[in-house]
Design a protein around this ligand. Structure first.
Ligand code: ADP
Ligand code: MG
Length: 312
């Protein structure tokens, strides 16, 4: 049984199997709407919009759930040394890759980049308050929200007795258990420069989340590509050699943040911190279309003819 709808700016396609599947999928569709209201900075009465509105001025009381998401996001930012940073909004708005046709001026990039620092988000676990330290700072959960949502969907499906399901949020895939016939799920990873797939990974009960420079981007009149994953320190689209980064992990939220962070970090710096995060595996593609894959994934990765993964 399947359900498809639009949410969080993407197409969401879910499937669940078993007697309660129809009700469960309906609940997931509702949950998607609820989470968008909670976490989108574009919904004026969301917790996130409230924090952004009073940046540098006042604390906001937020829900337990918002506080938990922000706390985990901040921990993930610390893990990767700020390559993933939920205070990236000033840069996201400045670059506006959906509409821009040329990069912004260097002085504006410097000003916006100076506002980005996840350590300026103050969270109080006792009073449920959150605040950004400086005016002009703002949160953007675009790099982690879909991951959080898919984890929430899996929990919801499980609570309704479902043992076999998946959620696909615009290419971010989460799975619950195995396929109805007991076989592993097979998730394809797109060729970053062509049509179709470059490889596929087989697994049970894991999330597979990809960040790529081909998802949202513009090309300027010199032919240079500017994509939507920003290197917070440089203040511009990440250009560290990777064009696609996939993380396979039990939790989609971590996989979402860490795949964005790997793309922003590049392979060398990225593998440094990634190796400290035990529960996840990576599949990386560089500009020359070399395919790198964590040793632990070896047996689960299938590639198209001629592509041989390099183990990392
Ligand atoms: P997608 O949402 O396309 O699957 P990502 O999960 O990589 O891709 O998230 C990209 C989005 O996250 C951007 O559109 C932007 O809103 C936000 N973002 C961009 N760069 C960063 C970053 N370095 N850290 C955190 N969020 C980012
Ligand atoms: Mg992400």
């Amino acid at each position: 049984m399947e359900a498809t709808h639009i949410g969080m700016g993407t197409v969401m396609a879910h499937a669940a199997y078993g007697p309660n599947a129809q009700a469960a999928l309906q609940a997931v569709t509702h949950e998607a709407r609820r989470l968008e209201q909670l976490l989108s900075r574009f919904v004026p009465d969301s917790d996130v919009a409230a924090i952004n509105r009073t940046a540098g001025m006042a604390r906001q009381t937020v829900s337990t759930e918002t506080l938990a998401v922000l706390t985990q996001a901040q921990a993930l930012s610390a893990l990767c040394g700020g390559a993933f940073d939920i205070t990236v909004a000033p840069l996201v708005d400045l670059w506006d890759v959906q509409h821009a046709t040329a990069p912004p001026a260097a002085a504006r990039i410097r000003r916006a980049a100076a506002l980005v620092d996840y350590r300026d988000l103050t969270l109080c676990q006792n009073t449920f308050e959150a605040m950004l330290r400086r005016p002009g700072q703002a949160l953007d959960l675009g790099g982690i929200g879909k991951g959080y949502a898919s984890d929430a969907f899996m929990r919801l499906l499980m609570s309704m007795g479902i043992t076999s399901a998946y959620a696909n949020l615009g290419g971010n895939v989460s799975t619950l258990g195995a396929r109805p016939d007991g076989a592993p799920w097979r998730v394809g990873i797109r060729h970053p420069r062509g049509d179709g797939l470059l490889c596929a990974v087989e697994m049970i009960g894991q999330a597979v989340v990809t960040s790529g420079d081909y998802e949202r981007f513009f090309i300027d009149r010199r032919g240079k590509r500017y994509h939507h994953i920003l290197d917070p320190r440089a203040g511009r689209p990440a250009a560290k050699g990777l064009i696609s980064a996939t993380v396979v992990a039990p939790e989609a939220m971590a996989a979402d943040a860490l795949s964005t962070a790997l793309l922003a970090s590049g392979m060398e710096a990225g593998l440094d911190w990634f190796s400290q995060y035990g529960a996840a595996q990576a599949i990386l593609i560089d500009e020359r279309l070399n395919l790198y894959c964590s040793k632990g994934l070896g047996g689960c990765l299938q590639t198209v003819a001629g592509v041989k993964p390099i183990l990392i």
